[in-house]
Design a protein around this ligand. Structure first.
Ligand SMILES: Cc1ncc(CO)c(N)n1
Length: 223
């Protein structure tokens, strides 16, 4: 059994909570409140700015040219494909580029992205990949599951989101990250594997909190 199979087997309960969050379910049913999605888009754009930096750090920490090239490609596709989706949604939802870039991150956006950057900056390449894998892997799985709901991928508001994350291109990126973590986990001590598991679990939990934050429009307490 590979390290990532073992991880998912062990953490299945917390992992699957993401797929059944009301935000995700309602996106699949096409009933999600547009204001909730608008809030999510702005926060996710801010999140992606930091997330992209993780790929840049991956290129720095890579031990061979092929891995370095792949991280550079991931950095490029995040900035130019994934964030282009958000910019297109912003235009459709009446959010200006200025509003997108100058918006204030919510406490969860800040906590999640800074946790990932901390793990990436202070840890090994394996720790960096353990931090980012739940993001890619869970979005791909969610995209794929929602795309199987009749009509969901053609929904006028949420279809484009579903098509992007269920695409073969996104699947290939997620699969590459899964393979990389398995490779980097080989030959490590149980203590090191436990550290990778802790990081993976924490970003899986943050994924849930991100959906929840978006669903409830959660910002800082007033005052
Ligand atoms: C919060 C979050 N996790 C994962 C992804 C996938 O890149 C995203 N766009 N946003």
């Amino acid at each position: 059994m590979t390290f990532t199979q073992r991880l998912l087997g062990k953490l299945e309960g917390v992992w699957r909570q993401n797929h059944s969050h009301p935000f995700v379910r309602e996106m699949g049913a096409g009933t999600l409140d547009r204001d909730k999605f608008r809030f999510y888009m702005i926060q996710d754009y801010l999140y992606l700015i930091d997330y992209a930096k993780l790929f840049a750090l991956g290129a720095v920490k890579a031990n061979d040219l092929a891995t370095m090239e792949k991280f550079a490609a991931l950095l490029h596709s995040t900035l130019h494909e994934e964030m282009a989706l958000h910019r297109a949604y912003a235009a459709r939802f009446g959010i200006s580029e200025e509003e997108l870039e100058t918006a204030e991150p919510s406490p969860i956006t800040l906590a999640y992205s800074h946790y990932m950057l901390h793990a990436a900056q202070n840890g090994s390449l394996a720790e960096l990949v353990a931090a980012l894998l739940p993001c890619m892997w869970s979005y791909w799985e969610i995209g794929k599951e929602l795309s199987r709901i009749p009509g969901a991928a053609d929904h006028e508001d949420y279809g484009e989101w579903i098509r992007m994350y269920s695409s073969e291109e996104f699947e290939a990126l997620a699969q590459w990250c899964i393979g990389l973590l398995d490779e980097l986990a080989e030959g490590r001590s149980e203590a090191e594997l436990a550290r990778l598991e802790e990081i993976f679990l924490n970003t899986t939990r943050y994924e849930y909190m991100f959906w929840d934050m978006a669903y409830h429009g959660q910002m800082w307490p007033a005052g």
